[in-house]
Write a protein that binds this ligand. Sequence first.
Ligand code: CAP
Ligand code: MG
Length: 430
Amino acid sequence: MAIDWYNKFVDLNYLPANDELVCLFYFEPAAGISAEDAAGRIASESSTGTWTTLFAMPPRMKKLQATAFAIDGHYAKIAYPLDLWEQGNAVQLLSGIAGNIFGMKALLNLRLIDVSLPQAYLEHFKGPHFGNDGIRAMMKVHGRPLTGAVPKPKIGFSAQEHAEVGYETWMGGFDFVKDDENLTSTSFNQFEDRVKLLTKKRDRAEQETGEKKSAFINITAETETMKRRADLLASYGWNYAMIDVVVAGTASVMTMRDYCSDLGLAIHAHRAMHAAFDRNRKHGITMYFLAKLMRLVGVSQIHTGTAVGKLTGTKKESMLLADLLREKKVPAAEPLCLSQDWGTIKSAFPVSSGGLHPGLVPDVLSIYGTDLVLLVSGGIHGHPKGTRAGAQATMQAIEAWEEGVTLDEKATTAKELAQALEKWGHYKPK
Ligand code: CAP
Ligand code: MG
């Protein structure tokens, strides 16, 4: 008598229906387990299976089983019937396709690469509230990247000092001042104080420059506190809130997406902690999947790497992430991603950040183009003449790229850029 029924979850002749979700996994079976056995276990544990044959199972349940329908070396594709999934519940999706399966003994390694979401599943999600055109209209910035910086050191400033650094950032030409991921409300820099003081400086910077200025102020906390913080931001006329989306959790991001949209706030998604599950190339969950999930649940922008800065991530990965967030239809590039048609779900911005300075701006723009949020933080505050000059130098580097001239050429007439290049050149930090 058979003990298990994992082989019932594999059918290499199966063709997924249009309304099925299809997942792409990288997998390595444990010793003694065949590729088919391993793929069957992934499909089983992420849908209707259990480890043993059962005394009774209503025959209709067969229709809810996932099917491993393609195995190619270390890659497997699995189709999931639409009925397995609750409408509009991204958290439940994670419990299935990104849940127990990572811990199965039969798998040495398992990595969820991507999921292709059918229209019938997508239509129960709202996606980003503004879309990139809406954000550009709100910020009155067209034809160039949106720019921002975090006061550095990342935590330690009083609210007053933070606001002053923010003012210098705006006056140097940047659009956004951003909180760091670990700054929320501390004894020395309380959320409410920071909001009030930044508001004053924002109003002044807007008056003096005639430009729209904004900030990604970090509301991350338990959800009820985030709501109160979002209320405060809206009452002071802000148009964004920032959330550390991985640590806060998908459920709270979903709640806050609706709450913030009602208040007219876009969501800046910081991805702190992502590398705990996406850095190991053989196991875990890709950044690609995280970014897809976040566009689905409706953040307005999310960090996607620099390739040339201080944090891991390749050029190819950043380019694919940018397309995933910005485009309506994304072609498959297996084994890196599957195709995705976003239907009516609006676009989101990629955010490039981490170890950038003016000398690296052309590299980043050649990866992303101009439809991006560019964050240069240490790379403006470390400028030999200070924050404002650093922001100016960054804006000059952007101009150079748009004018099609090299940074060295531009530096002959752009003093701040020349000073930045003297310090950092084209240095790539580690
Ligand atoms: C960048 C940053 C961002 C990282 C996040 C930092 O500062 O503020 O949080 O870029 O990484 O704390 O490191 P610098 P990622 O510009 O001074 O490096 O964008 O990869 O999620
Ligand atoms: Mg940071």
